[in-house]
Design a protein. Sequence first.
Length: 199
Amino acid sequence: MTPRRPRPSLYISVDIEADGPIPGPYSMLSLGASVAGVQDADGFRAADPGERTFYRELRPISEEFEPEALAVSGLDRDRLGTEGDEPTLVMREFTTWVGEAAAGAQPVMCGYPASYDWTFLYWYLIRFTGASPFGHSGCLDMKTLYATKAGLPLRAVAKRTMPRELLSRRRHTHHALDDAIEQAELFANLMAWPGPARP
């Protein structure tokens, strides 16, 4: 009996900007996503990270915020209070976009690091739509991927310690779409990287 071929994974680089450390008390203010590539039984194929993208700015869901967190993105909470999109609308649009981008593959969120962005993304998806197109565990952390391939402790990993050829040449701007595209390039490079040369 021939074993079933697994469904391909479509990797989507996601970056969010928020005004605090956790969702609920604090708000996701922007969401950017970029298709990084697809992996099937034949291997990984990188996508053009600027080709299929998603970006929205969201209305805050509470009055609480941390000035230091808000300063990172440079987003204006007062403007977003009147001009930002409703979170329910954004999460529905994002879910539709993910489904169309995946087209038969299983979508996987990837981030650097994934933990912060995934926490906000998953919470918002469940809170405002009741479901996640990634399921409850469809995320991949690029720091862990690099640490595993490089044979390093996770806490020793930082972008500044990575080989230059792995890094995107794009600037990290703290604009969610810019950073999602930058991270998509990093992810594609990591997937193709065999690891450091061994003596």
